[in-house]
Design a protein around this ligand. Sequence first.
Ligand code: NAP
Length: 288
Amino acid sequence: MVKITGTTQILAVIGDPVKHSFSPLMHNAAIAQMALDYVYVALPITATDLADAVRGFETIGLVGFNITIPHKQAILPLLSEVSDVAQAVGAVNTVRWTGSGWAGTNTDVEGFLSPLVAMEKDWSQTSAVVLGNGGAARAVVAGCAQLGCAEVHVVGRSAEKLAAFEQSWAGSAFGQNLQVHTWDALGELMPGAGLVVNTTPVGMSPKVEASPVSQEVMTKMQAGAIAYDLIYVPNPTRFLREAQAQGAIVLDGLEMLVQQGAAALRIWTGGEVPVDVMRKTLKGHLGL
Ligand code: NAP
């Protein structure tokens, strides 16, 4: 249990809504293990109250905070520093007080990368296929660029949204090998893909029998390719089950969730973070 005293410092997650966030559970378990005089709370903040709230956080001396929907972009003008990766993604999920302003970054990229980096693979010949072109896809594209993937193909439903997505990376070092396609191109992309990442919500509970990829296209997935689903419930998803049947290596979204939180806690505390405690707490809560 976190012990709250007169000196306890505050960390938070802000969003609207925020009551379903797993972050307080995961972070407070780690804080207790680290024996830090911190507490992590969820604060519902509406879009119109965001600027006032952030000014208030300075007044009450918050150490830092996480940001979830719908503030990940809106927070940007309220920050005094934004990391290169957060600028490229166009979204901030972690902020810390520097002593003179708020510095923001995006730990979703580090969270996404964590299980891939652990594979100690050479990615320079890998073609990555990213399913979906929403917020999470942006972190995945930046992550694939950091890995050094030879090609990054983003597949989406709307040619208009895809064009805007592609345009938003123009001139960014993180968007160099990016190409966008509509879903009908997936059958041709799949045989050459070494990494296939689902960033769509298709297959998420309760519609667990859905998959973003048709059975016919799944048969084109290479044995030995990596199939990564950002969804963490159900675990595994139908996409991952079918990928495994093809001989793919499968990764689920739980580790990304844990590692983006661990990366944030590292930024705030500078200390070694008990990632295993965070993972175990989350798994217990989700019944995994
Ligand atoms: P988002 O911004 O709403 O983007 C969702 C994307 O999926 C959009 O490109 C959307 O296409 C596409 N999509 C939605 N329904 C589809 C369908 N039926 N068929 C094909 N494409 C479809 O959401 P997000 O924030 O990126 O989150 C996406 C998923 O990632 C969620 O399941 C979320 O839980 C998961 N996630 C996991 C983590 C983690 O830590 N593990 C972190 C972030 C997100 P349109 O643009 O055409 O609408």
